[in-house]
Structure formats: C-alpha cells, structure tokens
Design a binder for this molecule. Sequence first.
Ligand code: INI
Length: 159
Amino acid sequence: MPNLLDGNLLAGDIHVAIVVSRFNDLVTDRLLAGAIDTFRRHGVSDNRITVVRVPGAFEIPLPAKRLAESGKFNAVVCLGAVIQGETSHHEYINHPMASAIMQASLSSGVPVTFGVLTCSSMEQALDRAGGKAGNKGIEASLAAIETINLLAQMKSHGI
Ligand code: INI
C-alpha cells in the first residue's frame, strides 16, 4: 500500500473566517447559511467562526488575505455570487478575484477556499445555493476542513 495523505472531515478546535459579499445577497445569504451550518455540524462553535461582509466579489480578496495572514484562523472561506449581466463586467471581476483568492492562500500558507458562484443567471446561482445543484457554501466549508487536516497530516509526516 502506498503512503496516503488524505485530510479527514473532523473539526472542532479550529478557528475559521468567512468572507461573504453582499451583492446578490438573495444567493450569498444562502451560501453563508450553508457554510455556518456545515461548520457547526462538524463541531465548530460559533465563537470560533468570524464572518466578514464585503460589498461585492471584487472586494473579497483583500480582507481574505488579511485574515489568512493574521495567524488567527486555520482557514478562510470566500463566498460570493457573480452573475453575468448584459455587459462583460463580470469577466473583469471573476478572473482577478479568483486568482487573488488563490494567491492569498499560497502566500499565507493558510487554506482559502473558493465558494464564489460565477453563473449565467440568477436561476443557476440559486440552484447552487441550496437548490437542486447543492450549496457551494457547504462545499467550500468542507474543503476548508479537509485542507486544514491534510496540511496537519503532511506536517506530521515532515512535509
Ligand atoms: N459583484 C458581485 O459580487 N456580483 C456581481 O454579479 C456583480 N456584478 O455583476 O456587477 C458585482 N459587482 C460589484 C463588484 O463586485 C464591486 O463591488 C464593485 O465593482 C465595486 O468595486
């Protein structure tokens, strides 16, 4: 059998931050509810969960980076909803926002997960915020827990 490094989904004494945008709050409120519920169900108490609100998805990366670099959180979860309008505005938001979120994770060494929906319509977004296609907020919280545990396991192997 090869050595397997695989993060489990046990949480408890971790501290997490969630950055959530207000734009399209019909969607982002549902992503936030899914994320908080997931942490609670994995044993993370409310006093270990910090929620930071920002105006829109474009504003997510900077506070996410500050939170990740603060040394106070084991992971940061980013939640938002960019919905394609009649212009190409969304394209100017999506790519830099996603790469800045990734960069915040790589430069801090702290998992920063991507629960930002990039959809063509409100219907598609609602489907992914607790509708028929799941809830991206749940996915992003589970990814945070799993990556925290994976990094801890790697550390225990001297990696
Ligand atoms: N912000 C979003 O989070 N979602 C969107 O769909 C969106 N659109 O389509 O315009 C959006 N725009 C605001 C943007 O994120 C910034 O808050 C704004 O440009 C100020 O910097």
